[in-house]
Write a protein that binds this ligand. Sequence first.
Ligand code: FAQ
Length: 334
Amino acid sequence: MYSQALNVKDEQASGPEDAAKLARFQGIIDREDKIEPRDWMPAAYRRTLVRQISQHAHSEVIGMQPEGAWITRAPSLRRKAALLAKVQDEAGHGLYLYAAAETMGVAREELYGQLLSGKAKYSSIFNYPTLSWADIGVIGWLVDGAAIMNQIPLCRCSFGPYARAMIRICKEESFHQRQGFEIMMTLSRGTPAQKAMAQDALDRWWWPSLMMFGPSDAASMHSADSTRWKIKRFSNDELRQKFVDATVPQGHYLGLTFPDPDLKLDEASGHWTFGAIDWDEFRRVLAGQGPCNAERLANRQKSEDDGAWVREAVAAFAAKRRAQAATAQPQAAE
Ligand code: FAQ
């Protein structure tokens, strides 16, 4: 649908980014209009969006694995149906996002290659294991909750195809967050063993969820450009704080405690202050040394290999149809 963008890639990437073009480009952004794939854009804007959108797409696709592991073990038919729908939604989000990245003139196969070779990142959070059913509740509550906090502002991102994809994605993420919180409510109000399971899941997922927002503002190397280009509307630390402020009262409502002795309400500002994040752990996970990095990529590689024959068959069928159409046309004209 967006393949027209492919025609202009090289010209834009190598053309002179002169002052007038840049001023027009920044003017569109400052007026809160959208940059569309055929518009002129600086190469760095294109690069940062391809990077962010594709990493976001990879996160959605890899993010299917931790929850997918529980589809066969969901405790009831109702839970299984909801989880199946959620995991399918994540696949759909990946597809919208790859399509949005393709409008920048990059082929999807190239993006898959970057994921499989370890060159492209995906969200750190998906490198943690799902050890109990409560993890499915906590992923919906915290991981989707954090994703929404980060992604609602992206609905107003300056790049049209990304912003439009995000509107639909956020609606679905909101359902995901509610189903997770509802699982947590059921467990928290259940037997002591169920409540303990919910608490254990919160203990393991709380800090990795805070890491989802990325490095602190001081260490965030892309933030300055992304803010100027209105890709980012809030900084990593601002979104992290909004998430903590929204989530802590929810956890208390569940009767759970957060694994942070320094967590306290600052009456003056109305914000919850929290303890130090273990950035060494974050860096280790990004470097491929998290608990599940190798497993996640191996699974992804296996589905790539298992699906190769399907892609070949589809391509062969499409080529056959094109050849048939080409030979049929002259006859139709007679
Ligand atoms: N994990 O300079 P910044 C979801 C990287 S979707 C891994 O601050 P930026 C739905 C960053 O890429 C979750 N890497 O970068 C779901 C950069 O590395 P690079 C994904 C991270 O881009 C729910 C470097 O660190 N959401 O959960 C992380 O300005 C349930 C420097 O960082 C999105 O992708 C991290 N946590 O800000 C699915 C949202 N944080 O590329 C299934 C869109 C940072 O130079 C189940 N993305 N890095 O090699 C964004 O909003 C931004 O890219 C940030 C990072 C905020 C993630």
